[in-house]
Design a protein around this ligand. Structure first.
Ligand code: BGC
Length: 266
């Protein structure tokens, strides 16, 4: 397979576990040099860097809290120092802090919005600034590619997770408005909306046979997703293969957004 991201540089936030780790690995396998951002888990981030290096690629682990501007500035600075600039930015960091609405502490409302939405805003802003500062490069038709990690819950309401669903709904319109704003500069902005992917964030939904059986009722395609399913989508959205795609959300969800409960009802 040709390396569609050869000679390009990517930053992936929240890349020490779950979907972010899968995306960072896939981008590296497609030939990109990757900055593996982590917040609190250096070990898996360093292990991924080692794995990428041993496979002949280039990677760098950098700690940053995406909700803190100075941290994100330092992340981009570390990337520039090692790799000169960046072509692909995947704003992926996200958390869940679930509570029934009536009991939702303001702190957990704010923390989720801060990381999932404001964190993506800060990351996206620094990405756009860097793409413009650097100017075009022969490695890609676009000036830069930005991928925001959304969720099926930018569309499907989710009781008990109002803060999380609100953050993902916000990403939807931030992505589209930003895509409209920067398309004339040839910056492509898209989102990926994963369904149920087997990662630590939703362990309770898949780690017992009973939980998995219940979850599969929501997935017409009949299997839980793997981080690599999202990694492959990210490689496509980051490559020139999708050069005419901007302002769109790619649902990678085994049909979760097809309202399977209506298949024999309604
Ligand atoms: C959430 C997971 C959930 C999935 C499908 C994701 O955005 O983080 O916890 O399993 O949506 O409901």
């Amino acid at each position: 397979m040709p390396l569609s991201l050869r000679d390009q540089v990517a930053i992936v936030t929240g890349a020490s576990s779950g979907i972010g780790l899968g995306v960072a690995k896939a981008l590296a396998e497609a030939g990109a040099s990757v900055v593996v951002n982590y917040h609190s888990q250096p070990e898996p981030a360093e292990a991924l860097v080692k794995q990428i290096s041993e496979a002949g690629g280039q990677a760098l682990a950098v700690k940053a809290d995406v909700s803190v501007e100075a941290d994100v500035d330092a992340l981009f600075e570390a990337c520039r120092k090692r790799f000169t600039s960046v072509d692909i930015v995947v704003a992926n960091s996200g958390v869940q802090k679930d509570h029934p609405f009536v009991d939702m502490p303001l702190d957990d409302w704010r923390r989720v919005l801060d990381i999932n939405l404001t964190g993506q805003f800060i990351t996206a802003q620094r990405a756009v600034r860097e793409f413009i500062r650097r100017g075009p490069r022969p490695v890609s038709k676009a000036l830069g590619k930005l991928i925001l990690m959304s969720s099926v819950h930018d569309l499907i309401p989710w009781a008990g997770h109002v803060n999380y669903a609100a953050s993902k709904g916000g990403i939807q319109m931030m992505m589209k408005s930003l895509a409209q704003e920067v398309a004339p500069q040839r910056i492509r902005v898209n989102a990926i909306a994963p369904g149920a992917i087997k990662t630590p964030i939703n362990r309770a939904a898949w780690d017992t046979p009973a939980a998995l059986e219940k979850l599969l009722k929501l997935i017409p395609y009949g299997r839980i997703g793997e981080p690599d399913d999202i990694g492959k989508a990210a490689v496509w959205l980051a490559s020139d293969e999708s050069d005419y795609v901007t302002g769109t959300t790619l649902y990678v969800d085994g049909g979760m957004t097809l309202y399977p409960e209506f298949a024999d009802n309604g």
